[in-house]
Design a binder for this molecule. Structure first.
Ligand SMILES: Nc1ncnc2c1ncn2[C@@H]1O[C@H](COP(=O)(O)OP(=O)(O)OP(=O)(O)O)[C@@H](O)[C@H]1O
Length: 449
């Protein structure tokens, strides 16, 4: 088997042949081999977006290549710079703290997930306030604090922020962050290795226990039982518990009434997707933290492309940055459009969203975005607004109330009225027919600007 550099060179050579130059430069050239020990290869990539792309599209190909050419199976890990290299930590445990069980090692918190780097908007205001309060009033105020909501909306970020804030105020505090899967694995291993006592000490001798994605406890009665006892011990000792999930406790299948009722003791707080303005603010914060100069119109454009997942929103900015570096061109809307298209596939595959429609219609009729979402009743603005609502209804899956919310909080009957008005006018108004046809072409076509 070749060593680290030779194996990486081999992988690069193969991808050079099978991938386009743009794809190669974006995903392969940006990666860095870190370590190849005990049949485990560790690759570092610059962002979570790269990591997702590698996991979804490239890792399986690499494993197949290695099996075909070297008749060996390896483990291929793709890490971002802020993640701990598991091989390095394995080495560490073998040496300095050799005797200490991995259960007792402190879980790493992501140092960049702080309250300072978290942008507060309508969808997460409550969650942010509760998190901040808990980090200051440990174990007494809201216990457990339970975040729930969709994928990539900042639940993990807030959990780490609580941990980081606590350690800032009390550096000696014991903080343990785990995913529910890690808890389950630790528990199972502790039984296998007869380390149950260590397991209990590791999980019950903490000031703050953060458990991510508790929906994965579902249907694991042994783990649920153990977690129930862990919870009770910590709770009785007034130690803080913070949990996250994609749904409310009673929506988690087979979690058991005992745990559901415990989870409800504290404060369940929902995180919903950020609105357009918050998405822009998140992009601004990220661009600033990366010392990246991005024109405002480009930030607005990217914010219009990703409505429901902040991870994808950030990924959009990373792609635009990588694409600009690769093409050695300044960041413009045209460049961002190309970069995001290469990410989302062919124009037919692109998902059209309401912000995109609003921007396009505003530009087409030469009115402002604020007017499209606003309340002005002059004809010059009312028609474009109704057209935008009509297209939102036609070209997206959004419900009438959702469309209303995206148009500055209008009632769903207003949206319905707009759609009916435009539908009726289309039969007699040839200019409107042409406008709508042009707009639809642009929406489905290449460029939006
Ligand atoms: N309001 C925000 N301000 C700044 N960054 C944010 C915000 N919300 C989310 N992010 C960022 O978005 C990314 C995804 O967030 P996070 O991992 O916390 O989501 P999650 O809700 O835990 O998702 P999952 O359900 O997939 O675990 C992270 O990089 C996080 O820093």
């Amino acid at each position: 088997m070749p060593d680290l550099d030779a194996l990486w060179q081999f992988i690069c050579d193969k991808f050079h042949v099978t991938l386009s130059q743009v794809t190669y430069n974006t995903w392969i050239a940006a990666a860095k081999p870190i370590q190849f020990t005990d049949n485990t290869f560790v690759l570092e990539v610059p962002s979570v977006l790269h990591q997702d792309y590698w996991k979804q599209r490239l890792v399986a190909q690499v494993l197949q290549l290695i099996e075909d050419n070297f008749q060996q199976q390896i483990t291929f890990l793709v890490m971002t710079p802020d993640q701990e290299n598991p091989l390095a930590s394995a080495d560490l445990t073998k040496t300095a703290e050799a005797e200490e069980s991995s259960l007792l090692r402190n879980s790493p918190l992501n140092k960049s997930y702080t309250f300072e780097s978290f942008v507060v908007g309508d969808g997460n205001q409550m969650a942010h306030a509760a998190a901040l309060a808990v980090s200051e009033e440990l174990g007494t105020l809201y216990n457990p604090l339970y975040f729930y909501g969709g994928v990539g909306l900042g639940k993990t970020h807030l959990m780490h922020a609580i941990g980081n804030q606590l350690l800032k105020n009390r550096p000696k505090a014991k903080v343990k962050y785990v995913s529910s899967e890690t808890f389950t694995n630790d528990f199972v291993n502790s039984i296998k290795n007869k380390q149950q006592e260590e397991f209990r000490r590791a999980y019950r001798n903490v000031d703050l226990l953060l458990v991510d994605d508790v929906q994965f406890f579902a249907k694991k009665p042994g783990t649920i039982d153990e977690f129930f006892h862990t919870f009770n011990d910590l709770y009785d000792d007034k130690k803080q518990i913070v949990l996250s999930s994609d749904r409310l406790p009673n929506m988690i299948e087979n979690l058991g009434d005992r745990l559901i009722s415990r989870f409800k003791w504290g404060l369940p707080v929902e995180i919903t997707p950020p609105d357009y303005e918050t998405r822009i603010a998140i992009l601004e914060t990220k661009a600033t933290s990366e010392k990246l100069a991005v024109p405002n119109d480009v930030l607005k454009y990217i914010a219009g492309q990703f409505e429901t997942n902040v991870r994808e929103l950030e990924g959009g900015l990373t792609s635009v940055k990588a694409y600009a570096q690769m093409k050695k061109e300044p960041i413009t809307i045209k460049l961002a459009d190309e970069a995001l298209k290469s990410l989302t596939g062919s124009p037919q595959d692109r998902v059209i969203n309401i912000s995109q429609i609003q921007m396009l219609v505003a530009k087409y009729y030469n009115v402002s975005l604020a007017d499209i979402k606003g309340k002005k009743r002059v004809k010059r603005i009312v028609i474009p607004r109704q057209v935008a609502m009509y297209l939102s209804r036609e070209a997206t899956d959004a419900s009438l109330p959702k469309i209303g919310r995206e148009f500055g909080g209008k009632d769903h009957t207003t949206v319905l009225h707009a759609c009916d008005k435009i539908t009726a006018a289309l039969s007699s108004d040839s200019k409107l027919r042409r406008d709508i046809s042009d707009l639809k072409k642009q929406l489905n076509g290449e460029a939006v600007n």
